[in-house]
Design a protein around this ligand. Structure first.
Ligand SMILES: Nc1ncnc2c1ncn2[C@@H]1O[C@H](COP(=O)(O)OP(=O)(O)OP(=O)(O)O)[C@@H](O)[C@H]1O
Length: 269
């Protein structure tokens, strides 16, 4: 792979008076043992917008995404330095209740991973553990979240059936519904459509577009067309650095950095 200079970069500044920033990182470094996978990334994530993280395999997208709600804490030997600012709190700091924080910053993984339970129980599992016991409230939560995830019409008569009997695309939308049942502010998605067929992919994309009225979404994707279709901002990762961050149409149509142009035009990746 061509070696581009990491100093040659363009990171669009967002004026905090005009753009409400829901989450940001400041000089974030991630190490696996002694190996540094993320080299000081500073990015803002605007509220109620979709930001796509793109870049070749191994460029650090998933590592960075996982840091945003401290999923890397679960990987032994991992160290994360730098700030992750959420509502004026550095959630990478000591003393943060990670369980509480993840209620605000939820995650959906690449492979649909519903629990081996009914559709209804998948949605209500975490809210119940969180103290919601009222059946009417839980019923409403199931209906609202399944509607938001564009799944209600297909499953409303089979809520007691196993989630594992759903198609891959339906399972992924159930996982999105399960994540939003905790009413997070921010949704992190790691290639949520890469295991799906084109029709299911398109439904998941429509779901994400409708969700951005209520959620700030950060999505890792290998699919350039998908980033172009759904995201407002795009960050281009290369060897653990972000070389370009801008409005998506600029990144794809008027990239400022040669590496970005080469990547989005398919010259490497
Ligand atoms: N658990 C781990 N332990 C050690 N190194 C890791 C681990 N996970 C990722 N890495 C390394 O960190 C770097 C970034 O990987 P990461 O998976 O974040 O990239 P990516 O851009 O998401 O790639 P892909 O698109 O293939 O998922 C790579 O060099 C990878 O080998």
């Amino acid at each position: 792979m061509q070696n581009y200079a990491s100093e040659d970069r363009y990171i669009k500044e967002l004026d905090p008076k005009k753009h409400e920033i829901a989450l940001s990182t400041e000089d974030l470094h991630v190490f696996y043992g002694t190996s540094e996978a993320i080299h000081g990334v500073s990015l803002p994530f605007e509220r109620f917008k979709i930001t796509a993280l793109i870049g070749a395999s191994g460029s650090g997208k998933s590592t960075y995404l996982r840091s945003l709600n401290r999923m890397n804490d679960n990987i032994e030997g991992t160290r994360v330095d730098g700030k992750i600012m959420y509502r004026d709190i550095d959630i990478n700091g000591k003393g943060v209740n990670v369980y509480e924080m993840r209620k605000h910053i939820g995650m959906v993984f690449q492979r649909p991973n519903p629990f081996s339970k009914s559709i209804y129980d998948n949605i209500t599992f975490a809210p119940k553990r969180n103290g919601i016991k009222n059946k009417k409230v839980l019923d409403e939560l199931v209906e609202t979240t399944l509607k938001q995830a564009a799944l209600w019409d297909q499953v409303k008569d089979q809520l007691d059936q196993s989630a594992l009997a759903l198609s891959g695309g339906q399972q992924q939308r159930l996982c999105i519904a399960r994540a939003i049942a905790m009413k997070p502010d921010i949704l992190l998605l790691d290639e949520p459509a890469s295991a799906l067929d084109p029709i299911s992919t398109s439904t998941v994309e429509d779901t994400l577009l409708s969700l951005k009225d209520h959620y700030t979404i950060i999505i890792v994707t290998h699919n350039m067309q998908q980033a172009g279709r759904i995201s407002d901002y795009t960050a281009f990762f290369h060897l653990g650095n972000v070389l370009e961050y801008d409005i998506t149409s600029n990144v794809f149509q008027r990239p400022k950095i040669q590496a970005t142009e080469d990547y989005v035009s398919g010259r490497f990746g």
